[in-house]
Write a protein that binds this ligand. Structure first.
Ligand SMILES: [Fe+2]
Length: 403
């Protein structure tokens, strides 16, 4: 696009360039602005006169640069003004070149060619950058999916070996989420990067992965452990840590690995130094392990097992409160006390969901396969929904009675 109020100059510039470029020539800057506003295709370049009546070249370029649609169009000024200050002002406002009148066609073509080369180079760089960004985001997504994949497989294997641990993993991860959020919102910096929130929760799901290596007879034992059995049980922390360490060289400086290691190894440490495996005390225990310890014990207390009755929420609350400064970090216990009802409610939701899933599965298993009409499927679904509602009511009543 060439904009010049002087028709003769406009014609000279047009003639010089029309063999190589498709030209839009306009002798009025205001009309050019209107045309750009309406148009969906932008010119590759604008050649612009400086001194024009009404909207002059500097007004024009300022409007061009403030609009998202037009701000990247390269502007070359053509001007009879001999003042260096005018040229400086043109560059300050974003011009890519300043060509002095009278126009010499060969020179104008050469300057345009140079700018066309620059533009092509810029476009190539942009396209290369876009490709790089796409490749990077694809790789990041893949890496994240790989983490989900590994966690899925490990938790699945643990669940098959020991269904309680599978359920426990889901609950602990949820309690960890609530406690971690509360601690991050409390305004005290515990050295936890809030940007890693999701990653930490993912990692927390692997805290008991070492149980894959504990013999079934020990895992499923309902009575009291012998010293030897207890040692085997305790080794789930070090087995996980050793497994991670063995392959850590493959992923240097990887946060997922780092968090998983901290939580898997140290979630049974106690702040009084009487925990395991390393008898670490106080702040020597990584903060994530100190938070996970509360989530872990809370679930251990309120969850029902074949070998033990579940404690009520109130009993669990009291046990954790009494453990402040002994078994647990007092700051984490304080956070627990602030959000304990959220843990209680989350536990109820998970339990309800599991009951619903079980009711659904039971219903599907008991149902005779009917040559499937939509009506039959709908009836089945509504029966299951009613049963699930009943289950929800039962749990609610039971919890109310407990408290
Ligand atoms: Fe554990």
């Amino acid at each position: 696009m060439i904009i010049d109020d002087n028709d003769t100059e406009l014609l000279v510039a047009k003639k010089a360039l029309e063999k190589q470029y498709r030209i839009i020539d306009i002798n009025n800057a205001k009309a050019a602005l209107q045309r750009l506003a309406k148009s969906t295709i932008m010119p590759d370049f604008i050649l612009l006169d400086v001194a024009m009546p009404g909207v002059n070249g500097f007004d024009f370029i300022m409007r061009l640069k403030t609009s998202e649609k037009t701000r990247t169009i390269p502007v070359l000024f053509i001007s009879g003004d001999k003042e260096n200050t005018t040229e400086m002002e043109a560059y300050r406002l974003g011009a890519v070149d300043f060509i002095r009148k009278p126009i010499i066609p060969d020179l104008l073509r050469k300057r345009m060619e140079l700018q066309a080369d620059v533009l092509e180079y810029k476009n190539q760089m942009n396209s290369y950058n876009n490709q790089l960004q796409q490749a990077a985001s694809f790789q990041a997504r893949n890496a994240m999916n790989l983490e989900y994949f590994i966690i899925g497989i490990i938790t699945d294997l643990i669940s098959q070996k020991d269904p309680y641990t599978g359920m426990h993993t889901i609950c602990v991860s949820k309690y960890m989420e609530i406690l971690l959020k509360e601690m991050l919102l409390s305004g005290v910096n515990y050295g936890i990067d809030p940007a890693d929130f999701e990653l930490i929760l993912l990692s927390s799901r692997l805290h008991d992965m070492g149980k894959i290596g504990v013999p079934d007879a020990v895992l499923s034992k309902t009575g009291k452990y012998t010293d030897e059995e207890f040692a085997m049980m305790k080794s789930h922390t070090t087995m996980a840590a050793n497994a991670i360490q063995k392959y850590a060289y493959l992923l240097p400086n990887n946060k997922f690995l780092y968090y998983t290691f901290q939580m898997a190894k140290y979630h049974h440490e106690r702040v009084d130094g009487n925990g395991y495996p390393d008898r670490l005390a106080g702040a020597n225990i990584p903060i994530l392990a100190r938070i996970l310890a509360v989530a872990d014990v809370y679930d251990g207390l309120v969850a029902e097992r074949s070998y033990k009755k579940a404690k009520t929420h109130e009993e669990a609350y009291n046990i954790i409160t009494q453990g402040a400064g002994v078994q647990f970090d007092p700051q984490v216990v304080a956070a627990f006390q602030r959000v304990h009802m959220d843990l209680h409610d989350a536990g109820t939701v998970i339990e309800t969901q599991m009951q619903q899933n079980m009711a659904m599965s039971q219903q599907v298993m008991n149902q005779q396969p009917v040559a499937g009409t939509q009506a039959a499927a709908n009836t089945q679904q509504s029966q299951v929904a009613q049963q699930a509602q009943q289950v929800r009511e039962n749990i609610k009543n039971r919890l109310l009675n407990k408290q």
